[in-house]
Design a protein around this ligand. Structure first.
Ligand SMILES: [Zn+2]
Length: 253
């Protein structure tokens, strides 16, 4: 029963995240006007605005002009619900779950805006600071050194790697958005989990480049947004960071 509510909640939040992803970079309000077709402006009555179900029952097309609706909307809704289930499974009904769920939403918006526009808006990073600061206040300033070290360490690390990339590729390889995003991740996860997140980000980016390069899908020196990889690493670290660390230490030592 709990799970059912988590899924419904996740789908509804995912639907709202879609609105944020579409409207925030266009500097439109996220509450007004109501959802409408981007092609013909047809306003969606509530039964055409139900996550996943409406998409299926409209067969993926606007009811008015029949323009296909991007499959990404449904993907973001399902992904949000899946992440909520995983976080709920891991941390139960707790404050940690709520903090991580909130952060997860910010991460999802950042990820898809970065894919679309290759920018990470400052206002989103600032919203992401809220759960991080709340967590620090909750556990006490004096017990939070890991989070401050994480913020400074991860930010500096990405900055230095970016500078090395600039010299290597003779153009900007990583934007300041990535650096600020890394600071935020360190502040929320602490340096241990933050290190897991960053390592996974580089591993997954490297893996994708190795897979795509031979097929000519990407070319040497092409700019790929790094934000989505940071997001992937962060979500995995949020869910399984401690398990990954202990397994790694057992294998190495
Ligand atoms: Zn339409």
């Amino acid at each position: 029963m709990d799970l059912f509510f988590v899924i419904i909640f996740g789908l509804m939040v995912g639907s709202f995240l879609n609105v944020c992803i579409y409207r925030m970079p266009r500097e439109e309000s996220i509450v007004h006007p109501r959802s409408h077709c981007q092609k013909c402006n047809h306003q969606l009555p509530f039964w055409e605005n139900i996550p996943v179900l409406s998409f299926l029952f409209l067969r993926g097309r606007c009811s008015s002009c029949k323009t296909p609706i991007s499959f990404r909307y449904i993907f973001v809704e399902l992904l949000t619900a899946l992440l909520f289930i995983l976080l709920y499974n891991q941390y139960g009904l707790s404050l940690d779950t709520l903090i991580f769920i909130f952060f997860c939403c910010v991460i999802l918006i950042i990820t898809f805006i970065d894919i679309d526009y290759q920018i990470i808006p400052n206002q989103l990073l600032l919203i992401g600071v809220i759960p991080a600061v709340y967590q620090i206040i909750r556990i006490g300033f004096q017990n939070s050194s890991s989070y401050f070290i994480g913020a400074v360490g991860l930010g500096t690390g990405i900055l230095l790697i970016g500078l090395m990339g600039n010299i290597l590729f003779k153009k900007e390889s990583m934007g300041m958005g990535d650096v600020k995003y890394a600071v935020l991740i360190g502040l929320l996860l602490g340096w241990q989990n933050g290190l897991v997140a960053i390592s996974l980000a580089f591993l997954s980016a490297g893996f994708l480049i190795l897979v795509l390069f031979p097929f000519g899908k990407i070319s040497f020196g092409q700019r790929i947004p790094f934000g989505p990889f940071l997001s992937l690493g962060t979500i995995i670290a949020m869910l399984w960071g401690p398990i990954i660390i202990s397994t790694y230490l057992q294998l190495m030592f």
